[in-house]
Design a binder for this molecule. Structure first.
Ligand code: IMP
Ligand code: MG
Length: 177
């Protein structure tokens, strides 16, 4: 597994510090708002688990599962595989994503949620890859901006592998080309 990584982009320590900082910021911004954190599976699972341990305000959590990607290139189509399990009318929603790439997935999800009349929808992403943005979308909270390379680890996969790497690394191009 490690031999497939070209280089480590973000170490465990660097991630830990940043995630803690963002968790505290969100706690300040959403105190008294009882937000619902909505994790976008599967990529969010490690990031969200760590982030939530730095959120110190009353809140709840839910998950959605979508597929938009097959291998290393986006298909542009978004399919909802698991929907919310609660009503969100009048609630403050915070979408938790692993990476904001073209923005197609989150743009679709944001609009999908807005139809349900929440009080607000915000986005927190672990990684932001602005070079590839197609949708007019930004993250309200972004931990790291990354270059236009395919990254894996800390929840992010290539064909379902590498999610369990504890850091974020750039995948060797020969693995996916
Ligand atoms: P978007 O719709 O293009 O913004 O794609 C979002 C989804 O594509 C993310 O939730 C990831 O699952 C996947 N993705 C995009 N870039 C990468 C990458 O560099 N590594 C792993 N997954 C990625
Ligand atoms: Mg993925």
């Amino acid at each position: 597994m490690i031999n497939d990584i070209e280089r480590v982009l973000l170490s465990e320590e660097v991630i830990r510090e940043k995630v803690s900082e963002v968790g505290k910021r969100i706690s300040d911004d959403f105190a008294e708002k009882d937000p619902i954190f909505i994790g976008v599976l599967k990529g969010c699972f490690i990031f969200m688990a760590d982030l939530m341990r730095h959120v110190s305000i009353p809140c709840s959590m839910d998950f959605m599962a979508v597929s938009s990607y097959s291998g290393a290139s986006s298909t542009g189509a978004v399919k909802i595989n698991k929907d919310l399990s609660q009503d969100v009318v009048g609630r403050h929603l915070i979408l938790v994503e692993d990476i904001l790439d073209s923005g197609v997935t989150l743009n679709y999800l944001k609009n999908y949620l807005l139809v349900r009349k929440p009080a607000s929808v915000h986005i927190v992403t672990l990684l932001d890859k602005p070079a590839r943005r197609k949708a007019d979308l930004y993250a309200d909270y972004s931990c790291f901006e990354v270059p236009d390379a395919f990254v894996v680890g800390y929840g992010l996969d290539y064909n379902e592998r590498y999610r369990n790497l504890p850091y974020i690394g750039i995948l060797k191009p020969e693995i996916y080309s």
